[in-house]
Design a protein around this ligand. Structure first.
Ligand SMILES: Cc1ncc(COP(=O)(O)O)c(C=O)c1O
Length: 376
C-alpha cells in the first residue's frame, strides 16, 4: 500500500458543487474560478470536473493559468483578469481567451497584441465600483471607451462585458453592495451609450452567488464555493447551501511513541506533556503549507478522535499528544475534510491560523501530492 500522505480531491464534489451553484443562479451562466491552481486543488482536473458540472466559463487571475487551461484541451470560454504590461497577451488572444481590461495601458497592450497577430481580442471592461483594487475608475471610463471604440472600428477588439468585484459580498446586508451595483449600472449604461451592444454584466463571487440573487446578472463567478468551502463572514456554513468540501488532507503517523510526563514537545517546548502519554509524529509541516501559527491549536483527527497540534509546527512535521489512544505508527490522521463525516473543518484550521479557508487550501505546497477521486 502506498503512503496515504496527500490532499485527496473528490472531483464528484466539484461537479456537484457547480450544480448547486447553477441551481442557485438558474438564469445565469456559471464561471468556475480556478485561479491559484484551482485554490490549491489542481488546475486541470478541477477545471475538467467543473465543466462536467456545468460551468460554461472558467476564470483565472494570471494569463499563464488561462493558457494552461487552453493547452490542456479546454475549448470553452475562459476569462483572465490580472495581466500586466508585456504579458502573454498575444498568446491569450490567439487561443481565444477573453481578457479583462482595467486601464488605458492594458487596453493598449491588448490592442497592440491583437494587431500583431491579426485576431480580435474579446474584452471585459472591469470597473472599480468601490473595491479599490483592480478596475478602471468610473471617471476614466470615457477615455478607455474612446480607445476601445477606435479599436473596435478597426476590427481589433470586441467588448463583450462590463464587470466588477465586490468588497463586502460576505456581508450581504452591507450598503456597499447596493452602492457598487449603482456604479456598475451607471458604467454599464455609459458603455452601452458609446455604441457597444450585447454586453454581459457580471459581479457575483461565491458569497454573492450564495446570498444575493439580485447580483447574479448574466454570469456568476464562484471560486471558494466550488471547493465546498464557505467564503466566511455572514455567509454561514457551506453545508447550509448543499455544498461539500472537495479536499481532505491526510497523512500517516511516521512515528508513535511513549513519552513521560513533563516532556517538552517540539522546538521551544511550547507544549509539555501533563502525564505519561503517547505522541504521534505527523509528516506535514510549514513547508507543506501547514500554518506555523496553528501550533498548539490546529485540529487533527486520529482514530475517530479530535486532537490539537501539540507544540510548534516545524518545517516538515508536527506532533499530536494522543494519550492512550489505540493508534500505531502508520495509522491515518485527517487534518481537515468533511465536517459531515466528523472530520475537522478547514474553517477550524482557518480560525487556528487567524486566516480564512481560502488561504489554508491555496497555501498547500508542492510536496503534498494531490490525489484525485471520482474522476470521470
Ligand atoms: C475577480 C474575481 N472574481 C471571482 C472571484 C472568486 O471569489 P470567491 O472565491 O470568493 O468566490 C475572485 C477571487 O478572488 C476574483 O478575484
Amino acid at each position: 500500500m502506498s503512503n496515504l500522505r496527500g490532499a485527496y480531491v473528490d472531483l464528484a464534489a466539484i461537479r456537484d458543487n457547480v450544480k448547486v451553484l447553477q441551481n442557485l443562479a438558474k438564469n445565469s451562466e456559471v464561471m468556475a474560478v480556478v485561479k491559484a491552481d484551482a485554490y490549491g486543488h489542481g488546475l486541470i482536473p478541477v477545471a475538467k470536473a467543473a465543466r462536467q458540472g456545468g460551468a460554461t466559463w472558467l476564470g483565472t487571475a494570471l494569463l499563464e493559468e488561462a493558457i494552461s487551461l487552453r493547452n490542456s484541451g479546454d475549448s470553452g470560454r475562459i476569462l483572465t483578469w490580472l495581466g500586466s504590461p508585456n504579458d502573454k497577451w498575444q498568446e491569450c488572444i490567439d487561443l481565444g481567451i477573453d481578457v479583462s481590461v482595467s486601464s488605458i495601458e492594458i487596453a493598449s497592450e491588448v490592442i497592440k497584441a491583437a494587431k500583431k497577430i491579426g485576431k480580435k481580442a474579446k474584452i471585459h471592461i472591469k470597473v472599480d465600483t468601490g473595491l479599490g483594487r483592480n478596475g478602471v475608475m468610473p471617471n476614466d471610463l470615457a477615455d478607455l471607451t474612446s480607445l476601445l471604440e477606435e479599436a473596435t472600428a478597426n476590427g481589433l477588439v470586441e467588448v463583450v462585458a462590463v464587470w466588477t468585484h465586490f468588497a463586502l459580498a460576505d456581508a450581504p446586508s452591507s450598503p456597499t453592495i447596493a452602492k457598487q451595483l449603482e456604479v456598475l449600472d451607471a458604467s454599464f449604461k455609459f458603455v452601452e451609450s458609446r455604441g457597444f451592444k450585447n454586453l454581459m454584466k457580471h459581479a457575483a463571487n461565491s458569497a454573492a452567488t450564495l446570498t444575493s440573487p439580485h447580483t447574479h446578472f448574466d454570469l456568476v463567478r464562484p471560486g471558494i464555493a466550488v471547493y465546498g468551502i464557505t467564503p466566511g463572514g455572514e455567509v454561514g456554513k457551506a453545508s447550509e447551501y448543499g455544498l461539500r468540501p472537495a479536499m481532505t488532507l491526510k497523512a500517516q503517523a511516521a512515528l508513535v511513541k511513549d513519552v513521560p510526563a513533563g516532556h517538552g514537545i517540539s522546538y521551544g517546548a511550547e507544549y509539555v506533556t501533563k502525564q505519561n502519554t503517547k505522541i504521534a509524529l505527523i509528516p506535514l509541516g510549514y513547508a507543506d503549507g501547514i500554518p506555523r501559527i496553528a501550533g498548539n491549536k490546529g485540529p487533527v483527527l486520529a482514530n475517530g478522535k479530535k486532537f490539537s497540534v501539540a507544540g510548534r509546527v516545524c518545517m516538515d512535521q508536527f506532533v499530536i499528544d494522543i494519550g492512550d489512544l489505540d493508534f500505531s505508527t502508520g495509522d491515518e490522521v485527517i487534518l481537515f475534510g468533511d465536517p459531515a463525516q466528523n472530520e475537522p473543518d478547514v474553517e477550524e484550521w482557518a480560525k487556528a491560523s487567524q486566516s480564512i479557508g481560502y488561504e489554508i487550501v491555496t497555501r498547500l505546497g508542492s510536496r503534498v501530492p494531490r490525489i484525485y477521486l471520482n474522476e470521470i
